[in-house]
Every structure is written in structure tokens, then in C-alpha cells.
Design a protein around this ligand. Sequence first.
Ligand SMILES: *Cc1c(COP(=O)(O)O)cnc(C)c1O
Length: 244
Amino acid sequence: MSSISQNLQAVHEAIAQSAQCYDRNPTDIVLLAVSKTFPAEDVVTAWQAGQIRFGENYVQEGVDKIARVAELLGLPVVDGNAIGKPAPEWHFIGPIQSNKTRPIAEHFSWVHSVDRDKIASRLSEQRPAHLPPLNVCIQVNISGEVSKSGIAPDQCAALARQIQSLPGLLLRGLMAVPEATEDESAQRRSFAALRELSQQLTQEGIQLDTLSMGMSGDLAAAVAEGSTMVRIGSAIFGKRNYAV
Ligand SMILES: *Cc1c(COP(=O)(O)O)cnc(C)c1O
């Protein structure tokens, strides 16, 4: 067994354990494997071990990898299905520059990092008509640092309504990358803030089914606070070669 498939199994076990601990159904927590900086061959190894969803942070790297994985698997680049097995599903999770929206709209199924209306409008306009709407999470700056991406919590409802009005997008939920800390109660406070914001939007009539939160270092805290999608990179693929 490859170390990637062993790591995947360990991550699934960690999710199941946290789910049990916090009285949640493990099938309500989806695993997104963050493959940034790792080669297409590693994605194929993970896919062969049953992993379907992959996350990328950099547009060019992601687009190249999507094409290479499709080539390795002998799949059409978009929306392909291998015999009896779903094709990889690609999620864009990195910061978005407005001049880079087109390749994202054309090649990904999900975007987790929409944080302003200009980006939302461009993604909607540029989403090819033959594809289903792009699934979108709004990235929220939950810990309030100036340097971080993400919209301020008090501006989130307005952006959510705008996204709901755009034909090329389907609003799914909220995403956050809280400040890194090893203190589990601090991790939980950030994730709880995102969950509460999501509950508040739901009360205002905005339908959401996704809370994209939790990485390799704070998975348990995220599951405790209601994450429905954890974005795990290094615990699956190993240590990255350069800081990101
Ligand atoms: C890199 C990254 C991850 C995965 O981080 P790990 O600590 O390697 O699990 C998750 N989400 C985002 C937005 C990232 O940039």
C-alpha cells in the first residue's frame, strides 16, 4: 500500500473518531484532499485509493494538473467518468486575482475563496454555459487580521445575496482559514464564529449546506464545530517543499 493511501485511511479514521466524539455522522463530513505543490501522479494514487475531491491553490498549477490527471486517467478534461468510478472533482481554494477568474470558471467545479462581488460576477460571466453552475463558498475573515483574505463577517450576507442572483454560480456555504494556532480552544472559537455566521444567514433565508473548515492541524476542532468539508493537504500527501 502506498503511503498516500495509508495516510488517507488515517485521515478517514481521524474524521470518524472526531465525529463519534462530537456526536456527528461521519458521512456528513466530506474530505477534500489538498494537492497543491504535489504532482499529478500523487493525485492519481489518491484517486485509485478512492479519493474523489481535490483542492488547488494556484491557478496555473491547478489547470495544468487537472489536464495531466485527466491524461493519466484517460478521461475527458471536464466532467468525465471513468468506468464505474467518478472522475476527480476539482476545488479552487486559493486567493483569486480578478484577471485569473476565467481559467477557474472553466476548469473547476467548486471555488471556496470568493470574497468580493467583482470576483463573483466575473466567475459567473465566465462559467461556460455547457457546465453546471460553479459551486461557491464565501471566504470569511473570521479572525479579523488585516493581511488575511476573506470578507468581513458583517458584509457576508450582502455578498451571499449577490451570489444567489448570479446564474453561473450556486452558493453552497462559507469557508475560513483561521490564524494558525495549536490551542484547540482558540481553534474552536474561530470555527464556532463561522458556524454561527452560517446559522445567522440561514435564519435570514439564505440556504447554505457547506461549512468548509479544518486543515491537517485543526481537523478535530473543525469537526467539533460543525465542519461539513475538511481541506487536508500535508496529512495526506506529506510535508510541502515550499511554504505557502
Ligand atoms: C494548504 C491549504 C490547506 C491544507 O493545509 P494542510 O495544513 O496541509 O492540511 C487547506 N486550505 C487552504 C485554503 C490551504 O491553502
